[in-house]
Design a protein around this ligand. Structure first.
Ligand code: BT5
Length: 273
């Protein structure tokens, strides 16, 4: 790390003073550089950290996406953060959480830059098919009656804020976008962070169980693939059908050409040719 970047990029006390949250960020840990905020927070979660613990980094050296994919997290341009939820949700509803987080992030980004974003099942956030934000939820969940205090969901959110096209790797240039590219001006990352955390706190920590159906209906309104013929890549299988709906736990309901419905809890969606 260079001498210059050893100075804390963000002052946690200053950030905390701006947050008017009930739960999220009551404990806030800020890094200039870390391997992955998700990996760090998972270690804390296993040692009993409180719900709402939030980790923010200016740079990740081993930022991860799903299935071990790389998440580009260079310094000075993005928001790379993770937070801890210990949901008091029945097991069958846990799957809805990533979608509810995606819709809150999409709404926050719209409020920040005035653009409309879409969600891609389960929880990517796109602007005209270009990815502005990726979300990675990693959970350890046992049935509530066993050891609810050990349950955790660590949610990592990566938001491209101030990158320009050339800041992305050549293979991602046409598929990635940042807030600054959309608005043609840089954004104060601290302000983006505060807006986002505020909204997550309002939506996810109180009465979540009652709110889930409402959040899922908001999610539907952000999903352009809903009702269309899609291709779902799941476990080396490609399945084509109509994306009929999402279920109560966020699962994808696919109507096959023979009229049968198939239900998926994971996979990659693309529009069928
Ligand atoms: C995701 O995975 O989209 C989840 C990304 C989660 C990142 C956050 S940052 C904080 C926390 N700590 C972590 O270590 N991770 C989380 P997936 O759907 O698998 O998408 C990964 C794919 O997105 C890659 O294979 C690239 O194609 C693309 N990609 C990588 N970096 C990108 C970026 N900065 N912007 C847009 N696309 C990117």
């Amino acid at each position: 790390m260079s001498r210059k970047s050893e100075k804390p990029f963000w002052d946690p006390d200053e950030l905390k003073a701006q947050l008017q949250t009930a739960v999220l960020g009551k404990r806030l840990i800020v890094f200039n550089r870390i391997t992955s905020t998700n990996d760090f927070l998972k270690r804390l979660a296993r040692r009993g950290a409180e719900a709402g613990t939030l980790v923010l980094a200016d740079q990740q050296t081993a930022g991860r996406g799903r299935l071990g994919r790389q998440w580009q997290s260079p310094p000075n341009v993005g928001l790379w953060l993770s937070f801890l939820v210990r949901p008091e949700l029945p097991l069958e509803l846990i799957g809805a959480l990533p979608l509810t987080i995606a819709v809150v992030v999409a709404e926050s980004l719209s409020a920040i830059c005035g653009e409309i974003f879409s969600v891609k099942w389960p929880n990517d956030i796109l602007w005209r098919q270009r990815k502005i934000c990726g979300i990675l939820c990693e959970a350890q969940i046992a049935p509530m009656e066993n050891s609810p205090q050990q349950n955790y969901i660590v949610t990592g959110i990566g938001i491209n804020v101030n990158q320009q096209t050339n800041d992305f790797s050549p293979e991602w240039r046409t598929r990635a976008v940042s807030l600054a590219m959309l608005a043609e001006r840089p954004f104060d990352r601290q302000k983006v962070f505060v807006e986002l955390v505020q909204r997550l706190d309002e939506n996810l920590f109180e009465n979540l169980r009652e709110y889930i159906p409402l959040l899922l209906s908001r999610w539907r309104s952000f999903c352009p693939e809903l009702g269309k013929r899609i291709r779902l890549h799941y476990l080396r299988e490609n399945v084509t059908g109509v994306f009929e709906d999402i279920g109560a736990a966020g699962e994808l309901i696919l109507r096959m050409s023979d009229g049968q419905r198939r239900i998926f809890s994971a996979g990659e969606v693309s529009i069928a040719k």
